[in-house]
Ligand binder design. Structure first.
Ligand code: PGA
Length: 233
């Protein structure tokens, strides 16, 4: 045990995460560093497309992202990642229930950049239902989208993990859109055949065993203030 602690305590760990995962990954890092006090972590925060190229270059210990393409990568799901549609709390649509997608044709959408997993999942969801979502504005971070939606620029679709504080404070509302939330999962990902450092292997084991205890999926209150039916398990 002492040996193991020693090996770990000198370790450096590079974790690359989808920008929507940076809202909870620091909690995992804190839990890990509590046990292995002088592990030094570098956290890269970027979008899905960049993560896939970092994985291809084997340029990090682990990646945390939405579902990657299966080829050459190993991925373990560890938590749900519902995407919800948000509006300012005084938006007329907050009073409607089960809003059909076609009802949203005239609404401006603030969307993430090409290469974002959130954007890709949103586009696929609309396409699957015979609709198209055209961005009125493009913003490269969830933070910018939240500010833009709050300021009344349009609607947005974001991971519920990015919205915990705004929903708790009532600064943004979740719309009751038919078929929403878009169901996704978080995955920890690495290249097939990866040779882990001790600390890398340690973090992977820690994540897979402790993530459920350390992390919770924020519940999205419905427009009535009650939890939305879709947020229930
Ligand atoms: P992103 O994250 O929208 O920041 O790319 C989600 C994902 O990796 O799928």
């Amino acid at each position: 045990v002492l040996d193991e602690m020693k090996g770990f305590s000198r370790g450096r760990l590079t974790i690359a995460v989808a920008s929507t995962a940076n809202y909870f990954v620091p909690r995992l890092i804190a839990g890990f560093c509590e046990r292995h006090s002088s592990v030094s972590v570098t956290l890269e925060v970027t979008n899905r497309e960049t993560l896939l190229s970092l994985l291809e270059a084997n340029a990090m210990d682990l990646a945390i992202m939405g579902q990657p393409p299966g080829k050459d990568l190993v991925s373990h799901p560890f938590m749900e990642n519902p995407l919800v549609m948000i509006a300012p709390p005084d938006h007329p649509l907050t009073r409607e229930r089960n809003i059909p997608l076609e009802r949203l044709r005239t609404e401006p959408f603030i969307m993430r950049e090409q290469g974002s997993g959130t954007r890709g999942a949103t586009e696929r969801f609309f396409e699957k239902h015979g609709e198209q979502v055209v961005p009125a504005q493009i913003m490269h971070s969830s933070e910018a989208i939240k500010q833009a939606v709050e300021a009344g620029l349009g609607l947005g679709v974001l991971s519920v993990h990015t919205l915990e504080m705004e929903l708790a404070l009532g600064r943004l509302a979740v719309l009751d859109v038919a078929g929403f939330p878009i169901r996704r999962q978080w995955y920890v990902v690495y290249p097939q055949g990866k040779r882990f450092s001790r600390v890398g292997q340690g973090f992977l084991d820690f994540m897979l065993s402790e993530a459920p205890a350390l992390l919770t999926v924020p519940s999205a209150p419905g427009p009535t203030g009650k939890p939305a039916r879709e947020a229930k398990k």
